[in-house]
Ligand binder design. Structure first.
Ligand code: ADP
Length: 322
């Protein structure tokens, strides 16, 4: 039975979780974050989508106070009402962080990892025990409570780090690439947990380079590339407003030139980013002439997605290394 989630602390939950403007961060001569700004409403899932090196992790670290943003140009950042540069501890007490690296203590078992962490937050042992039990249950890890860390799968470790991040009943949960490296089934389990948490009022901030993850769980997506904003909005609205709804992807590269020649309609947009030929159109009917020249197995006909949007805006692929 779905028990739902009841452990999110809603007391004093701000309407707006984060406001940021003009945030810069450089590492020597490398500008990792270049003048970004955004507003994250409370109790929503806000996702930063972009390829490796886009500046997403750096931005997360600035938000939870692990990295200092540049002093100039001057920017503003308010996280749950505090500036992480001045009140890092206030944010730590109200936020939970799941960083890319699981950093669990290999010497300790599952429950011991959680007990130690609860002491950092000064949670009384009885209360900590109660929270650990309910969170292990929520993340479907109760059976693993005495298991050594090295015996856990990647997906279990990720869920355990999420349990750890939720021990302090955070109002804001920050996840840096929560499902990278996990198989699709585990990814769906984690998305399901995040949806439940959001439903119960927690604000979720996450980074991802999986367009499906951004599409499935984010209310709002902020697409980044090379430290800058590319565009932002509700995933489906971004697609509806910025790209043709249908795409014909030509699988065999040797077919692309001849098929592109057949297309003389100005309403079909040809694209060859990342070595793949794609034809974008407002209706499937417009693609019929090309389809008549193709055999099954030569093509995919599908709806456009956030990845197509990223291609259109940057000419590159979300999984491409910079
Ligand atoms: P993403 O999370 O989108 O993959 P990052 O924020 O990790 O991007 O990196 C953005 C840029 O900043 C990259 O060019 C990366 O090499 C650089 N960078 C990140 N962290 C450091 C660091 N500690 N020292 C120097 N350069 C860094």
């Amino acid at each position: 039975m779905d028990k739902g989630v009841w452990f999110v602390n809603k007391i004093g939950m701000p309407k707006t979780a984060i406001t940021a403007s003009n945030i810069y961060k450089s590492y020597e001569d490398n500008l990792a974050v270049s003048g970004v700004g955004f507003t994250v409403p409370g109790a929503t899932c806000f996702g930063f989508l972009g390829p490796n090196g886009a500046g997403k992790s750096t931005l997360m670290k600035i938000i939870y106070g692990r990295t200092r943003r540049d002093a100039y140009p001057k920017g503003n950042l308010s996280v749950l009402g505090w500036d992480p540069q001045q009140n890092e501890l206030a944010i730590k007490y109200r936020a939970g962080v799941v960083s890319q690296d699981n950093n669990l203590d290999q010497e300790l078992n599952v429950v011991q990892n959680l007990e130690i962490y609860s002491r950092f937050y000064d949670i009384a042992p009885d209360e900590a025990g109660k929270r650990i039990d309910e969170l292990l249950d929520f993340m479907e890890l109760t059976e693993k409570r005495n298991a050594p860390i090295r015996s856990l799968s990647g997906g279990m470790m990720r869920r355990l780090v999420m349990v750890r991040a939720l021990l302090n009943r955070p109002q804001l949960l920050i996840l840096d690439e929560p499902t990278t490296g996990l198989d699709p089934q585990v990814r769906h389990v984690i998305w399901d947990k995040l949806r439940k948490l959001k439903k119960d009022g927690i604000t979720i901030l996450l980074t991802t380079h999986y367009m499906e993850e951004a599409y499935q769980i984010c209310d709002h997506v902020f697409i980044m590339d090379k430290g800058k904003k590319v565009m932002e909005g509700k995933p489906q609205e971004l697609i509806n407003q910025n790209i043709e709804p249908y795409v014909l992807e030509i699988i065999h590269p040797e077919l692309v030139d001849s098929l592109f020649e057949i297309v003389d309609s100005t309403s079909i947009r040809k694209d060859r980013s990342a070595g793949v030929g794609r034809l974008y159109a407002d209706s499937i009917k417009e693609l019929e002439t090309v389809l008549n020249h193709l055999n099954p197995g030569d093509f995919y006909l599908r709806q456009s997605n956030l990845e197509d949007l990223f291609f259109k805006a940057t000419g590159r692929n979300l999984n491409e290394k910079q």
